[in-house]
Design a protein around this ligand. Structure first.
Ligand SMILES: Cc1ncc(COP(=O)(O)O)c(C=O)c1O
Length: 400
């Protein structure tokens, strides 16, 4: 009898974490590496939030809490949804977990039976299909190519829905493409969902606060109030407040679902870190003005990266609406050979050769379900980005 479960055999480890680990190993071995793989802001948690964490420790707020969050944080989350999204929730409709990842995982564990289908637009965040598999469900991947701006269309959504569809996972702005849905585009999708009352929506709004130019973030339950009872609106403090290591994510939705998620948490992690919950209260209720400064900073980096990557031979890089990623196509390089002699027959071969020959670490598109592409995270300094893009340009120049 195998020690490991059959379910685990269906799941692969996170490729983004694998790239970050490989880059760190090469750096430790003395190589000059520029890592564009990590999905986290390159700056520190703001001081007022750190101080709230320290104050919590000093005040002895270091014990277990209710499984899905302290009342103060739930109240802050309700206030955030009302203030920023026009959504009205009560604390019993709110769940807090150890990161956005655990929120999504709890929700899938709480709802999926064998054979239940989850529609996942691709390119997708790497964890969605594997979390669905871990929870015993079936991912139904819908390809959303460059021609549709990497966005799900109503026609593609309609075609993916079957009587077994339980969820659509909806992520805007997106990891890995940065694509964000305008209100009209989202309304066209929610109109489809209104025709299929058995389908629920899990929205991943993690990049809400990273929206550029005139793009206005919106979320399904706000755009279509008719979906309120079948939407789990998920968010977190990791990306907006540079709090990835604090591990706080949250969601709001139907009471019965929130209670089921609480049951899972009570039998697994018990509660999200108490100290981090107090820091998250400060993040959501404290000053918000630095968010606009971050947007200006990231928008400048995006412009730099898009311009320089489009100048690389064989690369096409769309200009995304949000997040801190771009997802260029390398269709123009497939079938050719790098200066170092690697045949670029896949985007994985491209990313491997790029890392070995230039020291630039990116994540290959196949990891996100749409090829041939690669993902660049521009959550790093302009100087590093400029140097990395120069190396990518000269790598592409050397391909023949
Ligand atoms: C789209 C998306 N959802 C969820 C998460 C998970 O966030 P957290 O670090 O809060 O678990 C990430 C992190 O990379 C993400 O990119």
């Amino acid at each position: 009898m195998s020690l490991l479960s059959d379910t685990l055999a269906r799941v692969k480890p996170s490729p983004t974490i694998a790239v970050t680990t490989k880059a760190a190993e090469l750096r430790a071995a003395g190589r000059d590496i520029i890592a564009l793989g990590a999905g986290e802001p390159d700056f520190d948690t703001p001081d007022h939030i750190k101080r709230a964490g320290i104050a919590a420790i000093e005040a002895g707020k270091t014990k277990y809490t209710a499984p899905d969050g302290i009342p103060e944080l739930k109240a802050a989350i309700c206030e955030k949804f009302a203030r920023e999204n026009g959504l009205s929730y009560t604390p019993e409709q709110v769940s807090v977990a150890s990161g956005g990842k655990q929120i999504l995982y709890n929700a899938l564990m709480a709802t999926l039976n064998p054979g239940d289908e989850v529609v996942i637009p691709a390119p997708y965040w790497v964890s969605y299909p594997d979390m669905v598999l871990l929870a015993g469900g079936e991912p139904v991947v819908v390809e959303c190519p460059l021609e549709t701006g990497f966005k799900l269309t109503p026609e593609r959504l309609e075609a993916a829905i079957t009587p077994r569809t339980k969820w659509l996972i909806f992520n805007s702005p997106s990891n890995p493409t940065g694509a964000g849905y305008a209100r009209a585009e989202l309304k066209a999708l929610t109109d489809v969902l209104m025709r299929h009352p058995h389908v629920h929506v899990m929205t991943d709004d993690m990049y809400e606060h990273l929206a550029y130019d005139d793009f206005k973030f919106c979320t399904p339950a706000e755009v279509e109030p008719g979906l309120y009872d079948r939407t789990l609106t998920c968010n977190g403090v990791s990306k907006a407040y540079a709090m990835t290591g604090w591990r706080i994510g949250y969601a709001a939705g139907p009471k019965a679902l929130i209670a089921a998620m609480r049951k899972i948490q009570s039998q697994s992690t018990s509660n999200p870190c108490t100290i981090s919950q107090w820091a998250a209260v400060e993040a959501l209720t404290g000053p918000q003005d630095f968010l606009a400064d971050n947007v200006t900073l990231f928008a400048g980096r995006r412009d730099l990266v898009v311009r320089m990557l489009n100048a690389a031979r064989g690369v096409t890089c769309p200009n995304p609406e949000g997040a801190f990623y771009v997802y260029p196509s390398i269709a123009g390089l497939i079938g050719k050979t790098s200066a170092g002699g690697t045949l670029i027959d896949t985007d994985e071969a491209f990313a491997t050769a790029l890392l070995e020959e230039t020291g630039v670490a990116v994540v290959f598109g196949a990891a996100f379900g749409l090829s041939p592409n690669f993902r660049v995270s521009y959550a790093t300094s302009e100087a590093q980005l400029e140097e990395a893009c120069r190396r990518i340009q000269s790598f592409c120049d050397g391909v023949s």
